[in-house]
Design a protein around this ligand. Structure first.
Ligand code: ATP
Length: 282
């Protein structure tokens, strides 16, 4: 029986801009997405039933698990009668703005496509994944991308110069839907200039790149969870070149000069928050 062990990498956003609300109720977004080394791991093997297990007590293991939903959708689309045992080793904080659920779903689609010998191209899996969650197509492609539409329209960008990061999660969940609802009612103070960011990235100009990294959702999340602002200030106070909220929060990333600098920042933050890790862009 074939067994696959596959990493499911988290993402950060170098920029998020939210544009209009569309007729279907979704917000039109423009996001620069980046895969990072922090990852969950899926162990997948073929069997008759579909069974999901995990080392995490924080995620559902029933039909609401995104991995389960992805597997069911792939079964339905392909007509296969095969099942699978999937173990999710969870390392990415949950409901943290790091696309933990989406990346697990993307990894499951890749692994099951192989185990069930379906031979679908990534573009087809991405179209399927986009029905379950806007971040899933990006998680399937990975690297550095511009995401538009609901976030499901992906354009691959040239790889970035490596960035070393310190990720800090304050240990509470932030529901993405709530952040977007609040966003519609508040005045935004900071918007990214995505064209400038893309130009800096194209020039490998790290200074201008870092300067143009802006998350428009920050005002919304901070208005409901002021601790996120405090966390950003602490990261800057610990020496980070920049502090930026990931996705809809509450994880905050600090940018470091190099790996040693990242380790120093993490050591200074130690003991203050439940999740602090050093990671890098991929
Ligand atoms: P995004 O950045 O895409 O908005 P997130 O990182 O903020 O996502 P997730 O970790 O994906 O949030 O969790 C969002 C919700 O999805 C949680 O309420 C969680 O219970 C649920 N969920 C379902 N399946 C999974 C999974 N495999 N891993 C994590 N969360 C899952």
């Amino acid at each position: 029986m074939q067994q696959i062990s596959i990493p499911a990498r988290a993402k950060i956003n170098l920029a998020i801009d939210v544009l209009d609300v569309r007729d279907d109720g979704y917000h039109e977004v423009a996001m620069v997405m980046q895969t990072i080394a922090l990852s969950d791991r899926l162990q997948v093997s073929g069997q008759d039933e579909l069974i999901i297990e995990s080392n995490s007590k924080e995620i559902p293991l029933d039909e609401s698990n995104l991995v389960y939903r992805a597997a069911k959708l792939l079964q339905k689309e392909s007509g296969t009668k095969l099942g699978a045992y999937i173990f999710i080793e969870k390392n990415i904080p949950v409901a943290a703005g790091l696309a933990g659920g989406s990346t697990d779903a993307a990894a499951a689609l890749i692994a099951l496509n192989q185990i069930w010998q379906l031979h679908y191209p990534i573009s087809y899996l991405a179209a399927l994944g986009g029905k379950l969650g806007s971040d899933i197509p990006f998680c399937l492609v990975g690297g550095t991308c511009l995401a538009q539409g609901r976030g499901e329209n992906i354009t691959l960008l040239p790889p970035l110069p490596k960035l070393w990061l310190v990720l800090v999660n304050p240990g509470f969940a932030v529901p993405t839907v709530q952040v977007y609802k609040k966003f519609d009612t508040i005045e935004v103070t900071k918007r990214p200039n995505i064209s400038k960011l893309l130009a800096a990235m194209g020039d490998n100009d790290v200074i201008n790149m870092v300067e143009n990294m802006v998350n428009v959702l920050e005002d919304s999340t901070v208005s409901m969870f002021p601790k996120v602002k405090q966390l950003e200030e602490e990261l800057l106070g610990s020496g980070a070149l920049k502090a930026l909220m990931c996705g809809s929060g509450p994880t905050v990333l600090g940018i470091a000069k190099d790996k040693d600098h990242a380790m120093t920042i993490a050591a200074r933050m130690e003991g203050r928050y439940p999740f602090i890790t050093v990671t890098e862009t991929i």
